[in-house]
Design a protein around this ligand. Structure first.
Ligand SMILES: NC(=O)c1ccc[n+]([C@@H]2O[C@H](COP(=O)([O-])OP(=O)(O)OC[C@H]3O[C@@H](n4cnc5c(N)ncnc54)[C@H](O)[C@@H]3O)[C@@H](O)[C@H]2O)c1
Length: 357
């Protein structure tokens, strides 16, 4: 199998710690890193040691005119995603852009159109869609194992402080733009990316636990006709939530983290059928009682054996390889990433935060 050549822009947590980590692994059967780009001289020096076979450059502009690149990975600061990706597309490169794709759906759309015009591929690194836990939840919903799912809660929560660039509105930071592409992507996924999916309600806050001016608390409810209500929360103020996603079905509940799940439901066939009693309830002694019983339930637990960071990254790169070489359809498209940005853009519009930087 012929490997494709990659230029990797950005040597931070993402470029080094996610993309670089995967691209160095033996399980990467598809891509060779030919160029590594970072604006920081210090990170260029580190990259020289990390990638002895690659050419190390200081700017994405230094890639222009190079004919031996099949894919450029844009893992720059978030506010650079649109301008750097635009430049790369204009110069004829296929691009894999980190999330968030952009600040507005409109600017994402302009790049999707530009890529079509230039005849190049445009991908967005929304690797969570390839994570086993997300696929498992889609299966549970489809199979109706806990009945028809009526409510979905997604919580990317923790208690903590931040003071890095990811706290700044001007750099496209904050929980909604930074973490949000994953849970809002799931939310739209659970709504089947329905045309009418919309933000029904949202709230954002910037609190003293965030040094910058963007949101460290974001909660929104997304709805679509005949679909469950999906509530997404990305909070740095929550010390006590023990799940990432919870589904409530008409027969029971599932909760999971990216690592594992548990579920419990009531099989109707194993429980005595009930009809409503229209007078009071009493025990054998004639005392008033609350309406309760010992139900027969089914419980199950399991683990997923991988997350968005390992399996998700591998599967997304594999999908890109097969898309470039065989035309295989992408499971996650730039169009989907644009929809996700549209949700985040709407939530910001509904909750204007004071710009301080
Ligand atoms: N998909 C995911 O799960 C995931 C996880 C982490 C970060 N990210 C995204 O990756 C991007 C980078 O985040 P990070 O945590 O790696 O940041 P970081 O601060 O750790 O590193 C960013 C690096 O990119 C370099 N850089 C920035 N803009 C550049 C430019 N225009 N040209 C050349 N070099 C440039 C910087 O010098 C720095 O070395 C962000 O958009 C972030 O949202 C995605």
């Amino acid at each position: 199998m012929k490997k494709l050549s990659v230029a990797l822009i950005g040597q931070g947590r993402s470029g080094k710690g996610i993309h670089g980590l995967f691209l160095k692994k033996e399980e990467n059967l598809w891509f060779d890193v030919k160029y590594v780009v970072d604006a920081s001289e210090k990170r260029q020096q580190i990259a020289k040691k990390e990638w002895p076979e690659a050419e190390i450059l200081a700017s994405h502009e230094a890639l222009y005119g190079k004919k031996d690149i099949d894919l450029v990975v844009n893992a720059t600061y978030s506010h650079c995603h649109i301008p750097v990706t635009r430049d790369l597309i204009t110069h004829g490169f296929n691009v894999l852009c980190e999330k968030p794709f952009g600040r507005t759906a409109y600017e994402c759309d302009t790049l999707i159109r530009l890529a079509e015009e230039k005849g190049v591929k445009l991908y967005v690194f929304q690797q969570s869609f390839y994570a086993p836990f997300y696929r498992f939840l889609l299966d549970v919903i489809e199979s109706k194992r806990i009945g028809d799912v009526v409510a979905i809660d997604i919580k990317y929560n923790k208690l903590g402080r931040r003071w890095d660039w990811q706290t700044l509105q001007c750099m496209l930071g904050g929980n909604a733009y930074n973490t949000g592409p994953h849970p809002f992507g799931f939310a739209l996924g659970f709504l089947g990316f329905a045309e009418d999916a919309r933000v029904a309600w949202s709230l954002m806050a910037n609190t003293p636990l965030f040094a910058g001016d963007s949101d460290n608390f974001c909660r929104a409810i997304l709805v679509a006709k005949d679909k469950p209500a999906v509530e997404v929360e990305i909070s740095d103020l929550d010390a006590y939530t023990d799940y990432t996603i919870k589904l409530q079905g008409t027969l029971g509940t599932l909760k999971c983290t990216p690592d594992g799940y548990c579920l419990k439901y009531v099989p109707l066939e194993d429980n005595e059928a009930r009809t409503p009693v229209m007078t009071y309830l009493e025990n054998e002694a004639g005392e008033p009682i609350y309406c309760k019983e010992n139900l027969t339930t089914v419980s199950e637990e399991g683990s997923f054996g991988g997350t968005a960071f390992d399996i998700g990254t591998r599967e997304l790169y594999k999908n890109i390889y097969e898309n470039i070489t065989e035309g295989k359809e992408m499971y996650v498209t730039a169009e989907m990433a644009k929809r996700i940005v549209g949700v985040i853009e709407t939530i910001h519009a509904q909750n204007p935060l004071k710009v301080r930087f």
